[in-house]
Ligand binder design. Structure first.
Ligand code: SF4
Ligand code: SF4
Length: 115
């Protein structure tokens, strides 16, 4: 085995292909996605109730999301999933989102641009 040290080359920045979509009206606050997210991206929005009377999930740290899809697989109510970025942006632009739909990555960008 060679003992020569390898040069350190920086890894390319990880780019996310998809964006997280949260249908807050469908969330029943079961906490599964929060428990299984490996990056602690998700939390409950304790300042808000959906029409079912639950505090819905939101993204507390969307920058940490690695697009693993665990939340999508674990949610029993299909309230959280990953979507193609361009399609999601089109849905925002067309006003086609259901009430209380969050796409934190794209919506944060829009808010920043408005400021
Ligand atoms: S895709 Fe993975 S990292 Fe991103 S919110 Fe869902 S479980 Fe967490
Ligand atoms: S798994 Fe689904 S229903 Fe449960 S807290 Fe997460 S988004 Fe809400």
């Amino acid at each position: 085995m060679s003992t020569a040290r390898k040069p350190i080359t920086p890894k390319p920045r990880r780019t996310r292909q998809k964006v997280l979509v949260i249908l807050q009206e469908q969330c029943k606050q079961c906490e599964l996605c929060i428990t299984f997210c490996p990056k602690n991206v998700l939390c409950f929005d304790m300042s808000k109730y959906n029409k079912k009377g639950y505090h819905p999930v939101t993204a507390c740290d969307i920058d940490a999301c690695v697009n693993c899809g665990f939340c999508e697989r674990i949610c029993p109510d299909m309230a959280i999933f990953l979507a193609d970025k361009e399609e999601a942006q089109r849905a925002i632009d067309d006003g086609a989102l259901e009430e209380n739909t969050l796409i934190p990555e794209l919506m944060e960008q829009e808010e920043e641009e408005e400021d």
